[in-house]
Design a protein around this ligand. Sequence first.
Ligand code: ATP
Ligand code: MG
Length: 285
Amino acid sequence: MSKLKLAVQKSGRLHKDSMKLLKECGININNGVNRLKADADNFPMEVFFLRDDDIPQYVEDGVADIGIVGENVVLEKQKQVREVEQLGFSKCRLSIAVGKDKVYNSSQDLEGKRIATTYPVIVKQFLDKNKIQADIHEISGSVEIAPGIGLADCICDLVSSGSTLFMNGLKEVEIILRSEAELISGSDLGTEEQQLLDKFIFRIQSVKRAQNTKYILLNAPNDKLDIICNLLPGMKSPTVLPLAENGWSSIHSVVNENEFWGVIEKLKANGAEGILVSPIEKMVL
Ligand code: ATP
Ligand code: MG
């Protein structure tokens, strides 16, 4: 029987969340220390542990069927792969930064400048799109020190909190890409591999949906049931059960994380009491 071959980062910012996602999808990986590959014991999957930069190439070549990697790396490497599913972790920005005392009004201020980066392809696309002539200086790491040592006028690098920039006397002036981890696949998987990938995606979507949703349970006076049920449409409709106390019901439903506080305020304003909220592990539609 075929196995779905998945490439994940061996160590670094993507590794932990990639392994956590597999676990949440109910896939157990026995990863021995320093192993290059490992098998899942309850899903036909084999996991390869690689440098993140190499993952798009391995997926294009078919050495791995699928991979988990930052969108920034996918766009930079320009390999023939399909972007299958956004995974919501390792969020960051690819940004231009200049010395904190430098004036920067628009991307036109980059004209004629030297930009140090590990992302020459994405930077070139950005410059071309904005019709800017600048000198891209490709380096392989520690980009943030380039202006300080006179190697470049500015940099283009990944930023999450901005503290690395700050410590190096730089300020973020232009976001050229927002990135997060994503699942990529080869453009031409075999039938069995595609079926396994569909199963894997189904599990990922159930996990992601659950992460964005909370289970909510509350008590409400019966004369307010309609209005409260309208606030909590749930997956199909809320469950309503009578309480032992006359004139009251218990309502069970789900609520979207993003709307959560707004909904809670309205529920309270409409007489809801004893509101309990708990996380959901999986949400299968
Ligand atoms: P490898 O040794 O596998 O090549 P790396 O050093 O190139 O690892 P990491 O620093 O571990 O890479 O980052 C991996 C990915 O995590 C990045 O490509 C990006 O998608 C994401 N990421 C999220 N936040 C940040 C950040 N603040 N700085 C760098 N990358 C980040
Ligand atoms: Mg790397």
